[in-house]
Structure formats: structure tokens, C-alpha cells
Design a protein around this ligand. Structure first.
Ligand code: CMP
Length: 138
């Protein structure tokens, strides 16, 4: 089915100038970019976005990191894009992500793993709503 998902280049990926490479991978795959922006995440948005991790011991580290510099937020559309994008990103822990995937190619630590992607239909809908207004999607 045609789906939309929320993907975000994290501050480490932006600093390392990986935005172009990452956008290129999804465009070449055949997915369609519906919206994108470079933005600074507020503490409030970070806590909402990562609400499911609020009780985790690394929650403070997670929100500090995601607010440490600009991120590149994106909405992508395509056939099964939610799960396929996650395959292209690779496993959350870069020690387990395959070469050829984004995390497999560009990261070594789970806390600085370059990209975030929605993990389900429900989280895609929720995250797109948190980051984008209707008039920013094309
Ligand atoms: P993400 O897909 O953005 O969703 C939650 C994030 O938590 C995950 O990617 C990781 O970057 C991060 N994360 C998971 N486990 C740890 C950990 N043990 N320490 C720090 N960050 C973590």
C-alpha cells in the first residue's frame, strides 16, 4: 500500500553533511519527497517526539542530543515506505546494521545513529503531525 512516513536526519548527520546522500538514497529508490525542512527542535517537541522513551535511562541523553543542533525533517511517500525506509536505515544499533544501510555505512554508536524513521503507521501519523503543518506538505 502507498504510505507516508516521517524521516529525520539527526544533528550528527547534519553536522557531517550527510543530508544530500540520505535524500539521494530515498529519491533513487523511487520514493517521493512530500515535505522537508532544516529546523531546531525545542525541548518540548523533543519530549513529545520521544514520549515512549520517557522512562528509559537514556531519555535525558536522547533529548539533549536531538536538540543539540539542527535536524533535517522529511515526509516521504511510497509503496510500503514505512518498513522499506527502516530497511534502508539499518538496525537502530549501528553494531548490528548491515553495510549498505545508512546506519551501517555512517555510524558506530546507538546514540548517534544519523537518522530516525517512524516504526509504524500510527507513529508515522503522529510524528508527521508533530513536525509538519498541512500547508508544508506537497
Ligand atoms: P530513534 O529511532 O531515534 O528512536 C529512539 C532512539 O533512542 C534511537 O533511535 C537511538 O538513537 C536511541 N537509543 C536507543 N538506545 C539507546 C541507548 N542505550 N543510549 C542512548 N540512546 C539510545
Amino acid at each position: 500500500a502507498i504510505q507516508t512516513t516521517f524521516l529525520m536526519v539527526k544533528p550528527d548527520g547534519v553536522k557531517r553533511q550527510l543530508i544530500g546522500d540520505i535524500v539521494d538514497r530515498f529519491e533513487r529508490k523511487g520514493f517521493v519527497l512530500k515535505g522537508a525542512k532544516l529546523m531546531q527542535i525545542s525541548q518540548e517537541l523533543a519530549e513529545k517526539h520521544y514520549a515512549e522513551h520517557a522512562e528509559k535511562p537514556f531519555f535525558g541523553e536522547l533529548t539533549d542530543f536531538i536538540t543539540s543542533g539542527p535536524v533535517f525533517a522529511m515526509v516521504w511517500e511510497g509503496e510500503n515506505v514505512i518498513s522499506v525506509a527502516r530497511l534502508m536505515m539499518g538496525a537502530t544499533n549501528p553494531s548490528e546494521s548491515a553495510p549498505g544501510t545508512i546506519r551501517g555505512d555512517y555510524s558506530t554508536t546507538v546514540s548517534h545513529n544519523v537518522i530516525h524513521g517512524s516504526d509504524s503507521l500510527a507513529s508515522a501519523e503522529r510524528e508527521i503531525g508533530l513536525f509538519f503543518n498541512e500547508n508544508e506538505l506537497h
